[in-house]
Write a new protein. Structure first.
Length: 90
């Protein structure tokens, strides 16, 4: 999601994987209370568009957050925030 200045939090020139930058930004949004427990995340296509990344990158970011225990995906329902405080990195 672009910040108040219209720029993306993702910087491909940084020495960090882009999917991790996206995952860390979403985790920070959860920690800040912007995304609350039970909130439904936009679909992967919408996330890719928001962050200006490929769909595979958005998919990998969501998988990373599932691995951290922050999100759960229910088939045919969507992806939801499961915890307020993510496990692992922020």
């Amino acid at each position: 999601m672009a910040d108040a200045h219209g720029t993306s939090p993702v910087d491909p020139s940084r020495a960090a994987y882009v999917y991790m930058q996206v995952a860390d930004h979403i985790a920070a949004r959860v920690a800040a209370g912007e995304l609350r427990l039970g909130a439904r995340l936009p679909g992967e296509r919408d996330l890719a568009e928001e962050y200006g990344v490929a769909i595979g990158t958005a998919r990998r970011a969501v998988q990373e957050l599932r691995d951290r225990g922050l999100l759960i995906t229910l088939p045919a329902k969507g992806t939801f925030v499961t915890e307020q405080q993510p496990k692992g990195r922020v």
